[in-house]
Structures are given as structure tokens and as C-alpha cells.
Design a protein around this ligand. Structure first.
Ligand code: PFF
Length: 460
């Protein structure tokens, strides 16, 4: 496909909502509350917001600059900007990360779809705390159900992606993102009005700075990358569909505000309800099983005196997760589809089909990690855990670091300024600060996380 026949987003709002759709996902509603719960509540949130401002926004702007300037997929973008150099590997690593994350993310996304159907069928009604761990264990260890839902999720993602940038991704985001905001606010209001909610609110709003340790800072940085979809060229790919009048700085700020707002609102939904139901912050309650064991029980207990309310809250909550996950899987699929279609000169439909088939095949092994393949371990981890670990702890930070270095050091500053100011028609007084962060702060900070996380040197 040549660049002249490439589609763009139809409007600036569409571009913001699509990018926000990528950012808002399971990372906000699942991972963020877990990290907050395990890292001291409000103090973690403050560090997290600091990471978003200091690292997230400058790196997001960098991805936007690379994508919008080249109007091509992420691997092609690096090649175009630095022909004959090894920088192309940063783009290729991004495509690989998109592929790997999509393969395991769609497994969890499939679980949210199964739980939506269970909620609609009122299956949780009358169940007690001891029932939910068994329900979840039975479900994830049943290979067929898990596989079916993973595939279903992949097919829906595929159908939206093949419809194209404007009538697929943008149109879907424009309908679904406002729906997501409405559900989020409704659920937060319900939760905050519960008796005993104040304990949850206090946890979220009253920082205990003694809880901040090196590990808190590391978790907050990792979470910021994952949540903002940074480091794999996902937002670079979306920016390749931005119009020339899109304000890169403003768009990065808006997407980051929306993403952080959704994460914090998820805390407002989860913590008051969790405290109301008498849970503690032990790792089993606020661990990976949060959404599938703790929350369905919380809804039964917290709203059980009004059955219609507990029914509606459960249905809306799981539907919210499905929508959030879907707008993210679409963006990961798009990274790989745009690459295959443009680099191997094939139609979007054909490229998307190859991506869907390949990701589903790898996804099968990830889904089976919870059943028949739970004994199959590489580096001591199941395939699912390995993919999660490698992509979020290694690929994304490495990608983010090189993206920062690329824009901070390699790219011509005149070109960077032209992108930030839309060829001089906008003001970008923050440009020098952003470049300083990209050159020094981001690479050093990310380098420290990486060294520490890989256990090469134990700094914290
Ligand atoms: N940002 C998404 C979330 O918070 O769930 C996850 C994600 C989407 C990561 C797209 C990476 C990506 F390219």
C-alpha cells in the first residue's frame, strides 16, 4: 500500500479517542488497582502520576512525532527516518511486542467476556465467598471455554481492524469510549455511596509517604508504560493516521489525562466496595484474582440487599472490562497488521487475517497455560507468565528507552520542532524540557528499572 492511499483519522477527537482507547484497558481497571493496593494506596498514586508526567508524556510525544512524520507502520517509520542504520530494530521489536502482548492479553480479555455472560445470566446470584475461587479455577482450567472466548475476542478485534482506520477503529472508539466513561462514573457513584466506603476513600486519598520505597517507584514506572501503551510503537502507528493539524503535545496530554482518570476512577469503584465487603488488602484479595474472584463476591455482598442493583453493577462492570480490553486489543492488532500489510505489500484484509491466525495460535498455548499446559515451564514460568513478564518488564521499557534516545539524540531537532509546532503554526514552549527529559532523564530512569528488574544489580 503506498502512502498516498493511506487513511487518516477523520477528526482530532476521533484520534484522541482511538489513542485513549488503546491506553485505557485491563491495565487501568485490573493492574492499576492491584498495584495501588499492594504499594500503599495514595502514595503509589502520587508516584504514578509523577511517572506519567515525567516519562509518559514525553515518550508518548516521541511516538507521535515518529508516527505522524513518517505516516507509516512503526518498523517502516524507523527505517525511513534512519536509513541504513540499526534503529529499524526498535520498530521491529515493537511489532514483536505487539504480537506477544496481544496473544496473552486476549486470553484475559476472553475471561472478561465469559464473566459478562455469567453476570448477564445472573449466575453470581446467591453465591458466597467460598464459591468464587472454585468457579474461576474450573473455568480457567477448562481448555475449551478459555480457548473459545480467546478466539471470539480475537475475531471481534479482527472484524473491527479490517474495516479500516476511519470506519473501524475510529468509529468504534467514538461510540465505545463515551459509553465506557458513563459506566465508569455510574459504578464509581454506586461504590462511593456504600456504607463503609470512607475506609476505601481514605486509602485512595490519604497518602502515607512512609510506604514509598524503591520498589514502589519501579512498579509505578512499569505500570505507566503498560497503561499508556508505550514502548512498542502502538501510539506511533496510531499517530501515522493523525492529520497534519493534530496538536501532538495537546493530544499526548489529553490521552494521558484520560488514561489516568480511568485508572483512578477504577480505584474509586474497587476499593470502597472491597472494604465494604470486609476484605483486607492481603495479596489474595487484591492480587491477579481481583477481577474474577474478589469482585464478583464483592458485588454480591455490597449490593446484595438490592438484588437488581447487584445484578446491574456486575453486568456493567464486566461489560466495562470487555470494552476497555477490546479498544486495546484493536490497537495491538493494528501495530502488527499495519506492519505486515505495508512491509510485505499486501492488502489490509490479508495482513489482518495472517495476524489473527498467528496470534490465535500462540494465544492457544497461553490459554492452555492455565489447564493442560500448566506444568510446561520455561525459565520457571508458564508460557502466559513468561509472555507477560518479558513483554512488560523487558520489551516495553527497552523500546521506550530507545524511542527516547532516538528522538532526544538522533532525530534532527528542526524536524522535531516542526512536528511539535505543526510547522510553526503552534507554540511549543515545553520543547526544550521535553528534549532534556528524552536525552537524560528517561534513559537513565528506565535503565535503572531494567537493571533492577532483571536482577543484574539489586539497587532497591
Ligand atoms: N494500555 C493497555 C492497558 O492498559 O490495558 C495495554 C496495552 C495496549 C499495552 C496496547 C500495549 C499496547 F500496545
Amino acid at each position: 500500500m503506498d502512502n498516498n492511499s493511506r487513511e487518516n483519522f477523520g477528526s482530532k477527537l476521533g484520534a484522541v479517542l482511538a489513542a485513549a482507547g488503546s491506553a485505557v484497558g485491563l491495565g487501568n481497571i485490573w493492574r492499576f488497582p492491584i498495584e495501588t493496593g499492594q504499594n500503599g494506596g495514595a502514595a503509589f498514586i502520587i508516584v504514578y502520576v509523577g511517572c506519567v508526567l515525567l516519562l509518559g508524556i514525553p515518550i508518548m510525544m516521541s511516538e507521535f512525532i515518529i508516527g505522524r512524520h513518517t505516516h507509516t507502520n512503526t518498523a517502516g517509520a524507523f527505517r525511513k527516518l534512519s536509513p541504513g542504520t540499526q534503529w529499524k530494530w526498535v520498530g521491529r521489536l515493537g511489532v514483536l511486542s505487539g504480537f506477544v502482548i496481544l496473544s496473552y492479553y486476549s486470553v484475559v480479555a476472553g475471561w472478561t467476556a465469559e464473566y459478562t455472560t455469567l453476570a448477564i445470566a445472573n449466575f453470581f446470584d446467591g453465591k458466597t465467598a467460598s464459591d468464587f475461587p472454585t468457579i474461576f479455577a474450573d473455568f480457567v482450567s477448562n481448555p475449551w471455554k478459555s480457548l473459545l472466548w480467546m478466539m471470539a475476542f480475537m475475531v471481534v478485534t479482527h472484524v473491527i481492524v479490517i474495516r479500516g482506520v476511519k470506519s473501524g477503529i475510529e468509529k468504534f472508539s467514538k461510540v465505545m469510549m463515551p459509553a465506557l466513561f458513563i459506566i465508569l462514573i455510574l459504578l464509581a457513584i454506586c461504590s462511593v455511596m456504600l456504607p463503609g466506603a470512607s475506609q476505601g476513600l481514605e486509602f485512595l486519598l490519604k497518602p502515607d509517604f512512609s510506604k514509598i520505597t524503591g520498589a514502589t517507584v519501579l512498579s509505578a514506572m512499569g505500570q505507566a508504560f503498560f497503561s499508556l501503551s508505550l514502548g512498542l510503537g502502538c501510539l506511533c502507528t496510531y499517530a501515522s493516521y493523525f492529520g497534519n493539524d493534530t496538536n501532538i503535545g495537546k493530544t499526548a496530554l489529553n490521552v494521558s489525562i484520560i488514561d489516568t482518570f480511568v485508572a483512578i476512577m477504577s480505584g474509586f469503584i474497587i476499593f470502597p466496595a472491597v472494604f465494604n465487603a470486609g476484605y483486607t488488602l492481603s495479596s489474595e484479595d487484591i492480587g491477579p484474582s481481583l477481577l474474577f474472584i474478589t469482585m464478583p463476591n464483592v458485588f454480591q455482598q455490597a449490593f446484595g440487599s438490592i438484588p437488581v442493583l447487584s445484578y446491574l453493577v456486575s453486568v456493567l462492570f464486566y461489560f466495562l472490562l470487555v470494552v476497555a480490553a477490546l479498544t486495546s486489543t484493536i490497537s495491538m492488532h493494528e501495530v502488527v497488521t499495519a506492519y505486515v500489510s505495508e512491509e510485505f505489500a499486501m492488502t489490509r484484509r490479508k495482513a489482518a487475517t495472517i495476524v489473527t491466525l498467528a496470534c490465535s495460535t500462540v494465544g492457544v498455548f497461553c490459554a492452555l497455560s492455565f489447564g493442560p499446559l500448566d506444568g510446561f515451564k520455561l525459565f520457571g514460568m508458564t508460557l502466559f507468565d513468561l509472555f507477560d513478564y518479558v513483554s512488560s518488564n523487558i520489551f516495553l521499557p527497552v523500546g521506550g528507552m530507545f524511542i527516547a534516545l532516538f528522538v532526544g539524540w538522533y532525530l534532527d531537532k528542526k524536524m522535531v520542532r516542526n512536528e511539535m509546532t505543526n510547522n510553526g503554526s503552534l507554540r511549543a514552549p515545553y520543547m526544550r524540557l521535553v528534549i532534556f527529559i528524552l536525552r537524560y532523564v528517561a534513559p537513565v530512569a528506565i535503565g535503572i528499572i531494567l537493571i533492577n528488574q532483571l536482577g543484574l544489580v539489586k539497587l532497591f
